[in-house]
Design a protein around this ligand. Sequence first.
Ligand code: FAD
Ligand code: EPU
Length: 337
Amino acid sequence: MQVLENFSLKSLNTFGVEAIAARYVAIEQENDLQLLFSDNQLKNYPRLVLGGGSNVLFTNDFRGLVIHIKIQGLKAEVQGDDILVTAGAGVVWNDLVNYCVDNEFAGIENLSLIPGSVGASPVQNIGAYGVELQDVFHSCRVFEISTGKIKIFNKEDCEFNYRDSLFKSSGKGLFIITEVTFKLSGIFKPNVSYGAITEELQKRGIDQPNIKELSQVISHIRVSKLPDPTTIGNAGSFFKNPVIPVSKFIQLQPRFPGIVHFPAAEGFVKISAGWLIEYCGWKGKVVGNTGTWKNQALVLVNHGDATGNEILSFSSTIIESVSSVFGIELEREVNIL
Ligand code: FAD
Ligand code: EPU
């Protein structure tokens, strides 16, 4: 374990913005964390735990210690019809999905091709195409920074919610996730509830997809809508889809009959932030080095040499624009640093 100084984070964030970490350390195994936090100087630096950097925006150099989680490992244990799959926090999320799809461990296939690491997946309870992490989550191992102890958190402990968890709220900055266990099934029941999936299956003439076909269809839809971070910097959806009370929705709908919405908890409606942004005229707009993606207005992009502050400032313009038309305050999904 080596602590490096003045380390460039440009290749470690999918926005591709430049930021220098005063100190950087790669963690390959859980024990490294014990060692790291036994150093009185290092343990008192401001710190950032980093996985694949696909949900962060650096607006400054990071004047503390970046702890890059690279813990590997993948194993499966069959328990009747259930399969418990355990992965190290540094495993690439899509490698885990491919391993499960190849072995026909079902439940995770709708989360195909999401960038990032296994360790970050519980942080915002990643979700796509009708499935959220919490639907397949069993437990995770965490390193508690204040005590140096390893703890096991089950689903209830993690307080999962839409794009939210304990790790983003009251437990923010307190824990480092080192390993996640998923409860998958040996019996594949395709979840094709999300509109775009049925359309694509019909196009391919597939009636009952197998697990591999479903994973491929989802990957295809994602590639058609979302920019590839290796060619154009982005962090996926920049904002959350706002969840508003039904009473507010009833006022808005007659004025905006096309407003795209989805079911949410009782008494609430989830609104498509992409539709709101597109309605305000921002879809595909290029503003300096930044803008929104031409096929998905919810995704802010780096067209070249954008700084984090340029992207942040553009996101504020969008928030104001949507607020002035709809009276809805968009909340950023991406972690601003
Ligand atoms: P990072 O960006 O490295 O970190 C994200 C946050 O998690 C930070 O606050 C960080 O401190 C914390 N963190 C990271 N690792 C750990 C750890 N081991 N322990 C504790 N805290 C940690 N998200 C979705 O939910 N659904 C999607 O469909 C989706 N599509 C995307 C498409 C694209 C093209 C891109 C670029 C992003 C997309 N995302 C999506 C967002 C992103 O992929 C997820 O949020 C992912 O889980 C981030 O993983 P990461 O390893 O890159 O996390
Ligand atoms: N829409 C528009 N204009 C746009 C974008 C979307 O009108 O520019 C409308 C369309 O009607 C479209 C609908 O919104 O059919 C839904 O769009 P999409 O399927 O792309 O989903 P989303 O609600 O925009 C969410 C997640 C994505 C996830 C997809 C698929 C959030 C914040 N985003 O996007 O997650 O991949 O659903 O399930 O919940 C991410 O979190 O980074 C992310 C990419």
